[in-house]
Design a protein around this ligand. Structure first.
Ligand code: IPE
Ligand code: IPE
Ligand code: MG
Length: 250
């Protein structure tokens, strides 16, 4: 399972500290800092995105090995269209390349699902998403939700649109609306709320990620840029999480 370079590998001692009964089921990752990572090395930003994509593959496999069931990885936000066209194009090209190369995208025990507003993605990307989802569907292991053209607010709006249809048709009465009805209509309807959100790169904000699902999430921030994020860093996040006292208001 741990066939990675030493610099990425957590020590056996550190791994032993993980309580297998208290592993977060659902981890959210805001994969940030790719651009800064590349800049530091005098490389184009796209090189940072490429390096970041490789880290996601390594981290999902590692997380699967320690018992995480779901990862939601923020790959492209509804706000990221504001970036220069060349960068957006490079990101979409990289996405397409990864979707086509299924082995590069995910390990054998990883099921891929895409969440977000797919209507703005090209036909070719949409086709490849369908192929990859179908290809990995029957697998056992960890489900990786790739958030592409995802925004937490957009997600809630699309859930409200679905609910409004029910109201218009008369199958739902406005006074009967519940939190569960929204939870059942967001993209992650089949998944428990996110237990732990990891954001590398030193930024301390959500940037429109999993707004509904993060009501009681734990947060873990680090200054490391995503392309440098190691399995050891992930292990530390899990251990910190296990030392928290989640009260849920009680
Ligand atoms: C995260 O890295 C990847 C995307 C948002 C697509 P950034 O591109 O935001 O990298 P920084 O934050 O500029 O370093
Ligand atoms: C959040 O990172 C989006 C992704 C990682 C895909 P950004 O780099 O876009 O967020 P801000 O602009 O720093 O808040
Ligand atoms: Mg950023």
């Amino acid at each position: 399972m741990f066939k990675f370079f030493d610099k990425f590998r957590p020590s056996k001692q550190l791994l032993k500290e993980i309580d297998p009964n208290n592993v977060p089921k659902h981890v959210g990752i805001i994969m940030d800092g790719n651009g800064r990572w590349a800049k530091k090395r005098g490389l184009p930003r796209s090189a940072g995105h490429r390096a970041g994509a490789q880290v996601l593959r390594r981290i999902t496999e590692f997380a699967e090995g320690i018992g995480v069931k779901y990862i939601t990885a923020y790959a492209f936000s509804t706000e990221n269209w504001k970036r220069p066209k060349a960068e957006v194009d490079a990101l979409m090209d990289l996405l397409l390349e990864y979707l086509k190369d299924k082995e590069q995208l995910a390990g054998k025990r990883v099921i891929i699902r895409v969440i977000g507003d797919r209507s703005a993605l090209s036909d070719e990307i949409n086709r490849e998403i369908d192929v990859v989802e179908e290809y990995t569907r029957g697998r056992e292991g960890l489900t990786l939700y790739l958030a592409i053209n995802y925004g937490g607010r957009q997600e809630i709006v699309q859930a409200m649109k679905k609910l409004s249809e029910g109201i218009r048709e008369g199958s739902v009465a406005p006074e009967d609306l519940t939190e569960d009805m929204i939870s059942e209509r967001i993209y992650t309807d089949e998944v428990p709320d996110v237990d732990l959100i990891i954001r590398p790169s030193g930024e301390l904000r959500l940037s429109n990620f999993l707004l509904w699902q993060s009501a009681y999430s734990e947060f873990w921030f680090s200054d490391i840029n995503w392309p440098d994020f190691s399995n050891r860093d992930f292990t530390r996040a899990i251990l910190d999480y296990q030392n928290r006292n989640r009260r849920f208001g009680a």
